[in-house]
Design a protein around this ligand. Structure first.
Ligand code: VGL
Ligand code: ZN
Length: 212
């Protein structure tokens, strides 16, 4: 697959809390960094997302006495999985992994900062209607095709790719540059949605050189 000038690499949530030792560690989460570094020089445009929650966030199990992490609850906007407190604003866990070196990234997009709404997708919060502004940013800059890498494959990466399709962008997930949380068939579920929505899956090794 050939990378072109209107392509963007969206690197999702490569933060300490999603890496080994973090509050919501994804198995081998830090292993996404090597493939991301390998492909990043091929892209003219890179966006980083950062999960960025207030200390008491509606997605944290600690907000609901008697509830455990990874259980689900009903919030006004629908079913929400409860998570251990993670990516709290200005905490070390919320920082990008120190090995991630992408100084050329053009936009750092924070999400999940509204106390009452979680945000998996880089485009819409979990109420499916509150926009982050990323779609407008990509359109204003003429970026039409988004490649996705990072954490977690079955949550924030997957939801971002699905929303990209919903908004009319081409969406390609670089499978080997992602790692999954894996909760109750979440990987199968997201891949079924990919197939339905036209999200493409490929590996970073299939990417050809940047066009001039
Ligand atoms: C994520 C669960 C909660 C993710 C973020 O980055 O996939 N998952 N917050
Ligand atoms: Zn989160």
């Amino acid at each position: 697959m050939r990378i072109e000038a209107h392509d963007v690499l969206i690197v999702v949530d490569v933060q300490n809390d999603f890496c080994p030792g973090g509050a919501l560690a994804v198995l081998h989460g830090d292993q996404v960094i090597e493939p991301i570094h390998r492909i990043a020089p091929r892209f003219e445009h890179i966006v980083l997302t950062q999960d960025w929650h207030p200390a008491s966030h509606a997605s944290f199990a600690s907000a609901y006495p008697g509830k455990q992490s990874f259980e689900t609850i009903e919030l006004p906007y629908g079913v929400q999985t409860l998570w251990p407190a993670h990516c709290v604003q200005s905490s070390r866990g919320a920082e990008f992994h120190p090995a991630l070196k992408l100084p050329q990234a053009e936009l750092l997009l924070r999400k999940g900062f509204r106390p009452q709404i979680d945000s998996y997708s880089a485009f819409f919060e979990n109420d499916r209607t509150t926009a982050t502004g990323l779609a407008g940013y990509l359109r204003a800059r003429g970026l039409k095709r988004a490649f996705f890498a990072g954490l977690a494959y079955d949550f924030c990466v997957g939801c971002s790719a699905l929303d990209a399709r919903r908004l009319g962008f081409d969406a390609i997930v670089l499978r080997d540059a992602c790692r999954a949380i894996g909760l109750d068939g979440s990987v199968q579920a997201i891949e079924a949605e990919f197939a339905r929505s036209g999200v493409q899956l490929t590996d970073s090794t299939e990417l050809a050189e940047l066009m001039g």
